[in-house]
Design a protein around this ligand. Structure first.
Ligand SMILES: [Zn+2]
Length: 126
């Protein structure tokens, strides 16, 4: 039975648009690699105060961690939309089984069925 993608596509597109705006405030999009976002530094001041330097490094690490997290979500959304186009939406990437409807309702960008939930993080990015 084919998954009805009509209810999921607008949700995915909406979330992708919101997420793209959020990523733009934190980083820059690599034009050559659509899956890649680079965090931009928060402070471009050139002062060499060691305390400020330490704070800046901390901010920078935090910012990169946030961008990395959002980037993963961004790529999951893009992948889900590509899967709608390809006709493979709602299929577990590990077992090839249909993903449960309640799992898709909770997360339309889910890549696996419930049985393979814990393996999702190990799947390749693209
Ligand atoms: Zn599975």
């Amino acid at each position: 039975m084919a998954v009805d993608t009509a209810q999921y596509k607008p949700r995915l597109e909406q979330e992708l648009a919101t997420l793209t705006e959020e990523l733009k405030t934190l980083g820059i999009h690599n034009p050559e690699v659509p899956s890649d976002w680079q965090a931009t530094p928060t402070d471009v001041s050139t002062e060499a105060d060691p305390n400020i330097e330490a704070d800046r490094t901390e901010d920078w690490d935090e910012r990169r961690a946030i961008v990395a997290q959002l980037e993963t979500r961004y790529n999951n959304l893009r992948r889900a939309l590509a899967k709608i186009e390809a006709g493979t939406f709602g299929i577990c990437e590990i077992s090839g089984e249909e993903i449960e409807a309640d799992r898709l309702d909770a997360n339309p960008a889910a890549r696996t069925c419930k049985a393979h939930l814990n393996d999702e993080a190990d799947l390749p990015m693209t």
